[in-house]
Design a protein around this ligand. Structure first.
Ligand code: SIN
Length: 489
């Protein structure tokens, strides 16, 4: 794997704790696999509770000194880190494609996206303001100041192994917090490479420690229960998020949870169908369907259903599934064989209940973990593909009659992360955007993610917002100070 990198020292396989690269106490390692070939890329140190505790204790010390620096000083280090990430896009993209599977173009995009959170929050950290307000006693004044929450723990997913770290540590570090982060065991190398660059940028020891491990429980338990950790931030499934959030209540930690989705794409009969088909495909098949905001259910008004399906088939027909390292591939494998089996079982369930495979439908033909981009028609609300997050390149297309029915179908889920609609009607744009229970709505647009936006969901898709000017709030405490005895002598 090193041979493929211009700078092989970016390939780090030890844990990064208190500014040092270390093996696990037990000497245990775990393999990182290439999802395109199932080859073992490298072995990575597998840490547990004791190493995690040391990282947290180091973070506590480092955080105090970091918070005492000015926002300008913190910003300067973060900007250096941002520059180093951008200087190394190509190597970081290769590392990501090899361990995660997404095609190189998507990996490059994610690295730039990841850096943008560092750059954005390096600026935003300078704008942490407070308030002065009147009090019932005319001789007193109230002041609200914002202070860093302290030590933050982060657990991040394999689908965006770099951007989900920086979307959390960018604001945390910018406002004066320290972070201990656990990468997904499928994709630790991207995060470790970013830590190497943070080290080169001069981020002081202990402020960002990385604790990779094959066994999530000992690391997760320490991160959730250690009282030094004041805030826990997680991106991943709703099932795991609920478990971790419950553990965090024992020490009353603040939490931010970016969890699962079941995004509807609602296509009305007044929509530009070419744009709707291109948008639905872009949203559905991005990262081979493995994003929390991927289209999960495509709801199409009955009068344009057949035409829309034909157009979507046309877009899907241009895709080339293959190894992400091949520049001609447009879509890579799914993360594991188990993921492929889970996705297949949802398609089998739909077909058994009368769905028709209008495109794709082949599993494991180009290689163990490859799925042909698939379209399912004649799908109904009693099928698993309506209720469950598919997390793979399968697009079920449902039919609706009226706007009210579309809103009801969109809301008929415990999830509420992202939703999309295609319409040219301004009144409908507002009625539907306000009527659906989602944290983010894209109207005639599916590329809704960026540093500029408050990313997050409602209902069981979680709480908290990442990115934008709101993104610092989750890492700040508000302290009220009452200044009294201000009357004349
Ligand atoms: C996610 O899937 O959680 C992140 C997607 C994005 O940032 O666009």
């Amino acid at each position: 794997m090193k041979d493929l990198l211009k700078d092989p020292t970016l390939l780090r396989t030890q844990a990064y704790i208190n500014g040092e690269w270390v093996d696990s106490d037990s000497g245990e390692t775990f393999p990182v696999l290439n999802p395109a070939t199932q080859e073992v890329l490298v072995e990575v140190a597998s840490v547990a509770g004791a190493e995690t505790r040391r990282a947290i204790e180091a973070a506590e010390v480092a955080q105090k000194a970091w918070a005492a620096k000015s926002a300008m000083e913190r910003s300067a280090v973060l900007k250096k880190w941002n520059d180093l990430i951008l200087e190394n896009v190509e190597d970081l993209a290769v590392i990501m494609t090899l361990e995660q599977g997404k095609v190189l173009a998507e990996s490059r995009g994610e690295i730039v996206y990841a850096a943008s959170f560092i750059e954005w929050f390096a600026e935003e950290g300078k704008r942490v303001y407070g308030d002065v307000f009147p009090l019932p006693q005319g001789t007193s004044r109230g002041i609200a100041i914002k202070q860093p929450v302290g030590v933050v723990a982060a657990v991040t997913p394999w689908n965006f192994p770099s951007a989900m770290l920086t979307r959390k540590c960018g604001p945390a570090l910018a406002v004066g917090c320290a972070m201990v982060a656990k990468p997904a065991h499928e994709t630790p190398l991207s995060m470790l490479a970013l830590a190497e660059l943070a080290d080169r940028a001069g981020l002081p020891a202990g402020l960002l420690s990385i604790v990779p491990g094959a066994h999530a429980a000992p690391i997760g338990d320490e991160l959730c229960s250690n009282p030094i950790v004041r805030k826990f931030t997680f991106t991943g499934s709703t099932r795991i998020g609920k478990y971790l959030a419950a553990k965090c209540t024992e020490t009353m930690k603040r939490t931010s949870m970016e969890l699962g989705g079941n995004a509807p794409v609602i296509v009305f009969d007044d929509a530009d169908l070419d744009k709707a088909a291109a948008g639905a495909a872009a949203s559905k098949y991005r990262n081979s369907g493995q994003t929390c905001i991927c289209a999960n259910r495509i709801l199409v008004q009955e009068g344009v259903y057949d035409e829309f399906v034909e157009k979507l088939k046309g877009v899907v027909g241009t895709f080339k599934v293959g190894d992400g390292m091949d520049e001609t591939s447009t879509h890579g494998p799914v993360i594991t064989r188990k993921a492929l089996e889970d996705i297949k079982s949802m398609v089998d369930d739909a077909v058994a209940h009368g769905a028709e495979v209008a495109a794709g439908g082949s599993f494991g033909e180009e290689g163990e973990q490859f799925i042909q981009p698939t379209i399912l028609c004649n799908v109904t609300e009693d099928m698993r593909v309506f209720r469950e997050e598919i997390f793979g390149p399968v697009a079920p297309i449902f039919k609706f009659k009226t706007e009210e029915e579309a809103i009801a179908m969109a809301n008929d889920t415990e999830f509420g992360l992202a939703a999309y609609l295609f319409t040219k009607d301004q009144g409908r744009t507002w009625r539907v955007s306000e009527g659906i229970e989602y944290g983010m709505v894209g109207v005639n647009e599916v590329a809704i993610s960026s540093t500029f936006i408050p990313f997050g969901g409602v209902k069981e898709s979680g709480q908290g917002r990442e990115g934008s000017s709101y993104g610092v709030d989750d890492y700040l405490e508000i302290k009220y100070i009452c200044i009294g005895d201000l009357g004349a002598d």
